[in-house]
Design a protein around this ligand. Sequence first.
Ligand SMILES: Nc1ncnc2c1ncn2[C@@H]1O[C@H](COP(=O)(O)OP(=O)(O)OP(=O)(O)O)[C@@H](O)[C@H]1O
Ligand SMILES: [Mg+2]
Length: 294
Amino acid sequence: MAANTGGLTAVAPSAVERPSAARLAVAANTGARPALAANAAVSVRGLIRGFGPKGVLNGVDLDIAPGEFVALLGPSGCGKSTLLRALAGLDRDVRGSGVIRVPDRVSVVFQDSRLLPWDTVLGNVTLGLREHAETRACRALAEVGLAGREKSWPHQLSGGEQQRVALARSLVREPQLLLADEPFGALDALTRIRMHGLLRDLVTAHRPAVLLVTHDVDEAIALADRIVVLDHGRTATVRPVAPQVGSAADAAGHEALRRDLLTALGVHTSVGTAIESAAGAAEAAARPAAAGAR
Ligand SMILES: Nc1ncnc2c1ncn2[C@@H]1O[C@H](COP(=O)(O)OP(=O)(O)OP(=O)(O)O)[C@@H](O)[C@H]1O
Ligand SMILES: [Mg+2]
């Protein structure tokens, strides 16, 4: 079980540092912003990121509480992966400023499982583990339903199984923060629904803070405690998801939140079924990688 109480790491624009009172000062060009939340797992203030002259993130503020599940929605190209990479400390060459605090133990899952093809399932999960590596890896593989597949090679697994290995590899490190960039985007609809259930169970058991990037509004509602829409480089819309929303018992609440989020994404759903169809088409169009991989 992740403790979520480890020391925090400050990731400066191009360096990883320990936080200090001085580092907690936000860059001068970000204006007045709320103070960094003392108890947050993730705290971001005035995050600016861009590539060359191109600005992508334009002053993002975001807090994620320990154990909280946040879904990040936004149009293609709006900067979701850029934000996730910044939180993962993977964007050292990107122009930027602002303050990011993340926990020590951070795991990342991508749309592509990124398994090493020349190593077995067990070898992929134990990679970099020091103590009791095999025991821990076997336990993690059992948690994702892959007990007995330890000696398989990645090419012998289905896409969904490969993503389950990727999840096992992430969770075996007991992350305090799990960053997931469209982890189910390349899976078929049925496998995706099964993976939702698995992720929900794993997060309940391990309690990491989660930031899930997705194009799928329903996926966000089904999984998240809170949904953030990124627009024009900022967190434009923030919506809590009530616990009952997403359950069969609250179809109306689900639909209202869905419409609200689609509107925030620039898809208008209030004037009849033709536009509803357009919304569905727009959502489908926003998932080119998923469609291509099926
Ligand atoms: N290495 C890079 N060099 C130059 N521009 C980049 C680079 N990486 C991303 N960008 C640009 O930054 C913008 C944001 O990219 P990002 O990958 O964060 O979008 P996204 O919201 O994740 O999109 P999608 O939903 O399609 O995955 C895009 O316009 C993209 O072209
Ligand atoms: Mg992306």
